[in-house]
Write a protein that binds this ligand. Structure first.
Ligand code: K1U
Ligand code: ZN
Length: 170
């Protein structure tokens, strides 16, 4: 298992549209394990394969509160269908856009259909943070970032902020 490097905005590789997984084989299982290592190391609650420069439709998530039992979830080839026209705001963050947060409006309730890490199909209805997070991660698989929903001014500020944060880390 390994902690993988995370791509940062505005890296053009974050714009790649990920390909469907055709077989949940050992290579995908290793990717899933590495993505969990990477997500936990970065203290995130979700991660899309796109963010670690792997362009397959794989998402990992753990929405457990800090200091509680981990609740790892895997979504392979996720499909998300809104179940309501109601949009809810949530102050989103992104491991690829560190230290930038802003309110994004998304459908409040969705149906998620996906494969699990054993290749078994499942379906779940979601609201709250799960609904927000799966829509954010699905956007990553389609090359979309939450700052794309913001003004050009806020996008420019986000780019400057990420540059400064990354420079400080070096
Ligand atoms: O995809 C990612 O970059 C992961 C992202 C998931 C996400 C969080 C909040 C709203 C939408 C999507 C993160 O984990 S951001 C990391 C973070 O600091 C955070 C952790 C817990 C709650 C909220 C944000
Ligand atoms: Zn993100």
């Amino acid at each position: 298992m390994a902690v993988l490097p995370i791509l940062h905005y505005p890296d053009p590789r974050l714009r790649t549209v990920a390909k469907e997984v055709t077989q949940v084989d050992d290579a995908i299982k290793t990717l899933v394990a590495d993505m969990f290592d990477t997500m936990y190391d970065a203290k995130g609650i979700g991660l899309a394969a796109t963010q670690v420069d792997r362009h397959v439709r794989v998402v990992v998530m753990d929405l457990a509160q800090e200091n509680s039992t981990p609740q790892p979830q895997v979504f392979i080839n996720p499909k998300v269908t809104p179940l309501t026209d109601e949009l809810c705001p949530y102050k989103e963050g992104c491991l690829s856009i560190p230290e930038v947060y802003d309110d994004i409006m998304r459908p409040a309730r969705v149906k998620i259909e996906a494969l699990d890490v054993d290749g078994q199909a499942f379906s779940v209805e979601a609201d709250g943070l799960l609904a927000v997070c799966i829509q954010h991660e699905l956007d990553h698989l389609n090359g979309v970032l939450f700052v794309d929903y913001l003004s050009r001014l806020k996008q420019d500020r986000a780019r400057d902020k990420v540059r400064k944060v990354i420079a400080k880390q070096k």
